[in-house]
Design a protein around this ligand. Structure first.
Ligand SMILES: [Zn+2]
Length: 72
């Protein structure tokens, strides 16, 4: 599988983000669009990609910053 470089305009700070989908990230995905979390500076985005690895939708995930799991 070829590495696919994507770009999008961050809906939070309006900067252009370049990112790519890890090769093995989509192996277990059965349904599309599939959400991928992209960290950008101090905020997170949820990018939905379709089966052709095109961006279908973008969401701002503000709650993600505080949603750490406890691992004790
Ligand atoms: Zn940003």
């Amino acid at each position: 599988m070829t590495e696919s470089l994507k770009w999008l305009q961050c809906p939070v700070c309006k900067e252009t983000i370049y990112w790519n989908i890890p090769d093995n990230a989509m192996e277990d995905v059965k349904r599309f669009p599939a959400p991928i979390v992209v960290k950008h500076q101090d905020h997170y985005l949820i990018v939905y990609i379709d089966s052709h690895y095109q961006i279908a939708d973008t969401e701002v995930a503000t709650a993600c910053v505080e949603g750490k799991s406890k691992s004790e």
